[in-house]
Structure formats: C-alpha cells, structure tokens
Ligand binder design. Structure first.
Ligand code: AZF
Length: 447
C-alpha cells in the first residue's frame, strides 16, 4: 500500500459552527437568529428539527475540548453566534455571550489547541433580518461593528480569523434556491446579497487592519468541481459557468477587485446584476492572509439549454455517493485547489471543511463508519497531490468534530467523527475518530 505523508508543520484540526452544535438558543440573553425562525417554520427542516439543544456544546464544551485533546488536533474551528453577542444585532452587548466564548477559547488554549474563529456562519440576528437582512447595506456596517467588537475582545487569544463562511450558501442557497434561511427565491436579491457579504468581509478585514489585531484573517468560500461530460466546448463552457458560481464569483472580487465578466453576463441576462457602489470593489479586494477552502463533492456536467441558470445539467455517471447522495469525487478536490492556485496565485490555504455524511449508528458501543474513513483517505490523498503540485496548504480541518444540526436536513444527516445521540447527548467516538487520531499523530497514513 502507499504511504501518504504530510509536512510536520501542517496543522490538523476539526470544525463546527455555533448554531449547529451550541444549543442554549434561549439562554443567557442570546437573541434569535434567522435559523431559529426558519427552523421553527413547519416544512423548512426535516423532522421539524431545530437548534434549541443541538449538541448542547454551550454546556458541554469542556467535554468536547477533552475529545479534541485526545484526538491530538492543534486547531479547532468554531463560529461565534452574532445574536449571542448582540441580541438585537447592534447596540447592547450580551456579556454572558462574550463570557461563553472566553470560556471556550481559554479551555482550548489551556489544552494546547489553537482557536480558529468564524465570525459569520449563517446565524444572522433575526432583528437585522426584520430590517432587510443582508439585502440592506446597513447590515454590512452592523457586521463590521460586530466584528470590531469581537476583534477587540479576543485580540491576542484568537489569531486565526474567518469573516464569512460559504457566502454562496448565504446568498444563493438561501435567497435564490431558497432551502436555507431566510428561504427566499429571488436571483436579484441573491446577487445583491452576495455583493453585500463580500463588502461585509472587506469591511471586517479593514477593521482588523486598523485595529492592528494580532494574527491572520481570511474567508471560507465553498467550492465544487464540475467535470465536462465530453470534450465538446459547450460542455466545457457550461461547467466553467457552473463552477464560476462558486469560485470566480466569490474569488475574483477579493483577488482581482472585479466580478468575472462571464458571470455578470449570466446574471445580467436575468436582470440580476448586483448593485455596486463606488469604492465597494476596493473595500472587497484588500489583501487577506489566507483563504479557507471548503470542499465536499464534484459532478460531471454538460450543456443543456435552459437546464439551469448556466445551461448546465449534471450527469450521473455512477460515482459512489455518501449518505447525502453527494458524489465521492476526490479528483475534484485536487482540481479545485490547482484551479484556485493557477487563477489567484500562491495564497496560503486552510482546508476549513472537508468530510462526509454517513448516518452510521452506535452498535455495541462502536460506530463502524468505514465509508467516512475511506472518504478521508481519498481526499487527503488528493490534498497531498495538490501540495506536491505546489499548493500552499497550511492545514486541514475535518468537517465535523461532532454530528450536528445539518441545516435543512436537521439531525438526520451525520458528518461527525464523533457520534452524538440527540436524545441523551452522549458522545461516542467513531472508528473514523480513531483513524484520524492516528493520522494526526503520525502525520501520515497508509492508503
Ligand atoms: O453540509 C456540510 C457542511 N457544509 N458546509 C457548511 C456546514 O455548516 C455544513 O454542515
């Protein structure tokens, strides 16, 4: 078998997000988020699940940190719940909310684990949504004020910062496709929101620089690979448009200071080009220190007129799938990373999310999730291939440490390397946890 070995200095971690694990949704002064509202609207979330309790990490974070310590990881990515800090989105600060994150960060540091903090992982304060949410440019400034407050509070403790997680999901999945909160289906709204999210990212980076906060800052776009079904130019072009929705649309503004023309053409055709004000692109495109890449899956695509916004249809050619029915496509991970390096230069990259949904349950005290181990092996092998091709990978963070609230799929879809019984909240380390622990310890694995 082949040994896949990683550099000694590479960081190994795991990732979660506030609304997906914390629970305590109505506790200690936390304000409502759009996901509290959305999940309690019947029909939006499978089985009517919501984040009221989740993994109860708000109360069990010490146990979770011990699980991380035993795992041997040296970085943990979590997100701060904006409405736990500013219950109304702006104005009065909830000191108990700040205290929770100080307790979590102190616990991590005391156990030799570096905190990587995501400022926005989808839980917009409902109070701001009531004023138009991300469609309203005032929300952009509210985010910058929230970010500044957090920077000041945790400067010196937290040194790796992510502004926005997956702006494509926040804009298009949530306001055009509509399956995530707040659940609209309006393309022009979605493109305006995508612009405001990038603006919010840029303003937060500007505050970070002005405050001379110690550490580094980036954002974490989600990516997918689309492989042309044939060598026909129409198939190649259709796949490039489809990938442009995830990659160029969110990378060109940050790294080139402009939106990609081929994507503007598509949105313009639907009367949905975003409203851009003078100075916006300069704010968006100021330098960042790293980019977080989230990768899960890829597909084969071909040209089909009006099949979707991009005249693109996906073709099932028999790839094995996870329990989320996503193709297992590790080749795409390599190709996405090379594409980003080729198009945007040699930027430091953290893999801020990669993992698989397998809904294995506990049997006799054990969770045999070989599918997840195989997925991780294949994708880490692809990652090493990208590194050997010159991509500057600084770290890999598995999604996710714990089974958690998987948005519209609720608790049914499990991504954790640790199983959570959502009736008892008992944590059970899966086989993949032990495999990952050994890989982190060794810095290599046997393919
Ligand atoms: O779907 C799996 C993950 N994808 N990225 C964002 C996370 O919040 C999701 O749980």
């Amino acid at each position: 078998m082949a040994i896949i070995e990683f550099p000694k200095e590479m960081k190994w971690g795991a990732a979660t997000a506030a609304y997906q694990i914390e629970g305590a949704a109505l506790e200690d002064g936390r304000g409502l988020s759009i996901w509290d509202t959305f999940s309690k609207t019947p029909g939006n979330v499978l089985n009517g699940d919501n984040g009221d309790v989740a993994c109860d990490s708000y109360h069990r974070y010490k146990e979770d940190v011990q699980i991380m310590k035993e795992l041997g990881i040296n970085v943990y990515r979590f997100s701060i719940s904006w409405p736990r800090i500013f219950p109304a989105g702006t104005g009065e600060i909830n000191q108990k909310g700040l205290q929770y994150y100080h307790n979590l960060v102190d616990e991590l540091l005391e156990n030799g684990i570096e905190p990587m903090c995501t400022l926005y992982h989808w839980d917009l304060p409902q109070a701001l949504q009531d004023q138009g949410g991300w469609e309203n440019r005032k929300t952009v400034d509210a985010f910058a004020d929230y970010a500044e407050q957090i920077f000041k509070e945790f400067d010196g403790k937290i040194k790796k910062w992510i502004t926005i997680n997956e702006p494509w999901c926040v804009s298009f999945l949530s306001n055009f496709i509509g399956i995530h909160a707040p659940g609209f289906q309006n393309l022009k709204l979605a493109t305006d929101i995508s612009h405001h999210l990038l603006l919010a990212h840029g303003k937060a980076v500007a505050r970070f620089r002005d405050l001379k906060v110690e550490g580094s800052i980036g954002y974490a776009p989600n990516t997918e690979w689309l492989e042309p079904f044939s060598s026909k130019q129409e198939d190649i072009d259709a796949c490039n448009r489809g990938m442009g929705w995830f990659i160029e649309w969110f990378f060109d503004p940050v790294f080139k200071g402009q939106y990609p023309h081929f994507m503007l053409e598509v949105f313009d055709k639907h009367g949905a080009a975003p409203a851009i004000q003078a100075g916006d692109m300069e704010i968006i495109s100021q330098k960042i220190d790293f980019v977080g890449i989230n990768y899960y899956t890829g597909s084969v695509g071909r040209y089909k007129k009006d099949a979707d916004l991009f005249d693109l249809e996906k073709v099932d050619i028999g790839y094995e799938k996870t329990d989320f029915d996503w193709n297992i496509y590790p080749e795409g991970f390599y190709k996405v990373l090379l594409k980003i390096k080729d198009q945007y230069g040699d930027i430091p990259v953290y893999i801020t999310e990669n993992g698989a949904c397998y809904n294995d349950e506990v049997e006799n005290g054990r969770v045999k999730d070989q599918g997840r181990i195989d997925y991780l092996k294949q994708h880490l092998t692809s990652l090493k291939r990208a590194m050997d091709s010159g991509v500057q990978i600084k770290g890999y963070l598995a999604w996710s440490l714990l089974d958690n609230f998987e948005w519209a799929e609720g608790y049914h879809k499990r991504f954790g390397i640790v199983h959570v019984d959502f009736n008892t909240l008992k944590r059970t380390k899966k086989d993949s946890y032990y495999w990952y622990k050994q890989t982190v310890k060794n810095g290599w694995f046997d393919m």
